[in-house]
Design a protein around this ligand. Structure first.
Ligand SMILES: [Zn+2]
Ligand SMILES: [Zn+2]
Length: 544
């Protein structure tokens, strides 16, 4: 995902979660203001409470709170902590977002002086105001004792406060209080409790409902609204053709209902993820939002045309890939609908898209004239609004992966090798499509990108070469293609496509390397990364 401030992500996620469990959103968790919260915090050991009778006489409900002669700097810090928990999603995020109050999360109190002495004897004279930051939810009882200073005659606000922390060897850090608190208790990288999508949704939902944060969507600038809509809808849409509701004989192209490869629990779910059904709940907000979301759905989502139709048909397009691809241009609901297009095919079908169909002894043979092609690249000339074309690749370890030169599912050519070859052979067709778009009545540059399970080096090379406007690489590419065809007449194709990658591309003879429970994956640090790397590794150290 691109970088969008967490709040926006949160909105999208919270929205999705809201759809799943409407009864638990909002409600009793919202409503308390930070001031009420910070007043709740009392320090009975340190401060005497006011006599009960006095409070009773005051009558006014708002003043029934215990009137403690509190330490103004503690109050200021507590209120800062509460606000920070609202402002920064990652602040104290190692605790579940179901804990919402400062007093549950981080409490400041006057330090026990013997403790302070134990920490750093010689310097004790220099600072006379010692405080302890305690995290009540910490099981190990760890706390931090620091010196807090306010310049004489300054107001006891957080902005006027510095915190001095003494290190073990006499080092000391002096920082403005706000900096120190943020630096010590906010951990944007510490997402350990949120490795899984479901948990992320839940945490985000808790945060939004607990902090009571809200903003008027339509007050935001339109480009921010559009970023939010795209985030909620999902960047990738898998279009489908459906019957028009007004005239059943008519068909129309819609943004579709998502795409699932196969079993939800599978190795590779992070590398070749399912595409969720686009979330359209936000459309119910108002007719203006509906119109804006429709525009974004048409214009800004990337339309994936996938040749994969896995066995488990949980949410896949009903229309077959070939029909969908050939009819999409004529059925587009909007001229911008096919602006960003993504293709996804097996290696075998990618080669067929440029009419290469290997025969024994002829690894790069052309398909016979009538041979059906699922998504021929020439069709892209009919996608007149096309601006970016993305080639998406699945891992050779994907259950539906198919190699052009292998008859057994367990064997697959090296992903690095075949993708390179594919672009060598596809070059003239891609350049023709690019030229065609550059010479349309509304000329524009068609940009090619690569994504999915492709080596980073391969992606960089081809994205650069295909889109380079200053240099025409056709000669170089031609020479490479000729050399390759020549080499194929002398060598066995099986040897040419053999994988030498550090993490081998092809499946390892059917044996499953990882058989771990979800619990183990969650508990063992780095295991998920290893599994993902095994399924597809973007880097290849064996390269040079
Ligand atoms: Zn175009
Ligand atoms: Zn390889």
């Amino acid at each position: 995902m691109d970088h969008i401030v967490p709040g926006f992500v949160a909105l999208g996620l919270a929205n999705r979660a809201a759809r799943d469990s409407p009864s638990t959103v909002g409600g009793e968790l919202i409503g308390q203001t930070p001031t009420e919260l910070s007043q709740d915090v009392s320090e009975p050991e340190t401060y005497p409470t006011m006599p009960k009778r006095k409070r009773d006489t005051e009558g006014d409900v708002s003043s029934i709170q215990p009137q403690i002669p509190s330490d103004p700097i503690i109050d200021a810090l507590h209120s800062f902590i509460q606000q920070e928990r609202k402002r920064d999603f990652h602040f104290l995020a190692e605790y579940s977002h179901k804990y919402k109050y400062q007093k549950e999360l981080l409490v400041v109190s006057k330090a026990d002086l013997t403790e302070a002495k134990a920490i750093h004897k010689p310097s004790l004279e220099t600072w006379d105001v010692w405080y302890t930051f305690t995290e009540p939810l910490r099981s190990d009882g760890f706390s931090r004792t620091v010196a807090i200073e306010i310049p004489p005659a300054a107001n006891p606000t957080v902005a006027n406060t510095t915190i001095t922390e003494l290190g073990r060897k006499g080092y000391k850090t002096i920082r403005p209080a706000a900096d120190w608190i943020r630096n010590t208790y906010s951990s944007p990288n510490d997402m350990w409790c949120m490795q899984f999508t479901d948990q992320q949704y839940e945490e985000q939902r808790l945060w939004w409902s607990n902090t009571g944060q809200s903003f008027r969507l339509l007050d935001l600038p339109s480009e921010m609204r559009e970023a939010i809509y795209l985030q909620i809808l999902g960047r990738i849409a898998v279009p489908d053709i459906v019957d028009s509701q007004t005239q059943p004989i008519d068909k129309k192209l819609v943004i579709g209902f998502g795409h699932s490869y196969d079993k939800a629990r599978r190795i590779g779910a992070n590398r070749d993820p399912d595409i969720d059904h686009p979330d359209l709940t936000i459309m119910r907000t108002s007719s203006r939002v509906r119109a804006e979301v429709t525009t974004v759905a048409h214009r800004d989502t990337t339309k994936r045309f996938t040749a994969l139709r896995p066995r488990e048909k949980r949410m896949n397009p009903k229309t077959c890939p070939a029909d969908l691809f050939s009819r999409a241009p004529s059925l587009s609901p909007d001229p911008t609908f096919l602006r960003h297009v993504q293709l996804e095919m097996t290696a075998k079908l990618y080669f067929l898209s440029i009419r290469i169909l290997p025969r024994p002894g002829k690894p790069f043979a052309s398909a016979t004239a009538g041979f059906p092609t699922v998504m021929p690249l020439e069709t892209l000339k009919q996608f007149t609004g096309l601006q970016t074309l993305d080639f998406r690749f699945i891992s050779p370890k994907h259950e539906d992966a198919k190699c052009p030169w292998s008859t057994t599912a367990a064997l697959h050519s090296c992903q690095k090798t075949w993708i390179h070859w594919y672009f060598l052979f596809a070059w003239p067709r891609l350049k023709a499509v690019q030229d065609f778009h550059a010479n349309l009545p509304t000329p524009h540059t068609l940009k090619f990108t690569l994504s999915g399970c492709v080596k980073s080096a391969t992606r960089r090379y081809w994205e650069y070469t295909l889109n380079d406007k200053r240099v025409d690489h056709t000669k170089t590419i031609r020479a490479m293609e000729t050399k390759l065809r020549h080499r194929a007449t002398k060598m066995d194709i099986k040897d040419m496509v053999k994988c030498a990658c550090e993490n081998p591309c092809a499946p390892m003879g059917g044996k499953r390397l990882f058989q771990c429970s979800e619990y183990e994956v969650r508990r063992i640090e780095g295991l998920q990364e290893e599994m993902d790397k095994y399924y597809w590794d973007f880097e290849d150290e064996a390269e040079e």
